[in-house]
Design a protein around this ligand. Structure first.
Ligand SMILES: Nc1ncnc2c1ncn2[C@@H]1O[C@H](COP(=O)(O)OP(=O)(O)OP(=O)(O)O)[C@@H](O)[C@H]1O
Length: 232
């Protein structure tokens, strides 16, 4: 069992061009912790995710994932095996692809690629995860015809097929009705347990964040401020 911090940011600055959006951010997510980030539109929450994922280079500071420094492009392949990312409002595009294939493609580039077909193990893991997110009855269903809640469960499945230990969720329940939101909450709580995940979630809804997380922080004026902690 891993211990210590899953994510550790030390004095990071990050932004676009010469303009920093986040400045002097210190922040930690402990192994197994579920932390939610709240903040106004444009506060920099997605920018924070992009810095953790090394999509945006740091202007200064350091990022460690499970105590391993990954700042500025070091260890990118390893990083991708550790972190699953569910971006905001992502659908699979306007082309016909089944739920099974779209999920399997989440493993593309790790165990199979242009020159290597998916193995029996790739397919087994895909089935296992689709079962966990309750989509195993829709394997051949066209992704373009999924509801918002089903699409989000598929997006989570795609992020999970690489068996990451950290999950970044960018407003997973926004635009869902109460029933779909509730079902997604149950899915998130169950995958967290089943796969021993450390989770960082962006949310706009304080009560929703408090319901799911161990701890809630606020992002404003380029910094992270402590918020409420709840014992689960
Ligand atoms: N590619 C980009 N180039 C330049 N500026 C950007 C870019 N992406 C985001 N920004 C700016 O960075 C700031 C933070 O954006 P970010 O998307 O991180 O905010 P957010 O907190 O996730 O917002 P929201 O809650 O609306 O999703 C905003 O002022 C935004 O305009």
């Amino acid at each position: 069992m891993l211990k210590g911090n899953a994510i550790e940011l030390t004095n990071i600055a990050v932004g676009y061009g010469d303009t920093p959006i986040l400045r002097g951010v210190d922040f930690k997510v402990k192994v197994g912790e579920f932390v939610s980030i709240l903040g106004e539109n444009g506060a920099g929450k997605t920018t924070l995710f992009k810095s953790i994922l090394q999509i945006l280079p740091l202007m200064s500071g350091k990022i460690k994932i499970f105590d391993r420094e990954v700042s500025n492009g070091r260890d990118n392949t390893w990083l991708r095996s550790q972190i699953g990312y569910v971006p905001q409002r992502h659908n699979q595009g306007n082309f016909p692809i089944s739920v099974f294939d779209a999920t399997l493609l989440g493993r593309w580039g790790s165990s199979f690629s242009y020159f290597k077909r998916p193995s029996a193990e790739d397919k087994e893991i895909t089935m296992e995860i689709l079962n966990t997110v309750d989509l195993s009855h829709m394997l051949q269903h066209d992704c373009r015809r999924l509801s918002g809640g089903q699409t989000q469960r598929l997006n989570i499945a795609r992020a999970l097929v690489r068996k990451p230990k950290i999950l970044l969720l960018d407003e997973p329940t926004t635009h869902l009705d109460a029933e779909a939101q509730n079902k997604l909450d149950i899915t998130i709580a169950s995958i967290r347990k089943q796969y021993d995940l450390s989770i960082l979630m962006i949310s706009h809804n304080q009560s929703h964040a408090l319901k799911l997380s161990n701890r809630v922080v606020h992002l404003s004026k380029g910094k992270i401020h402590p918020g409420l902690g709840v014992a689960l």
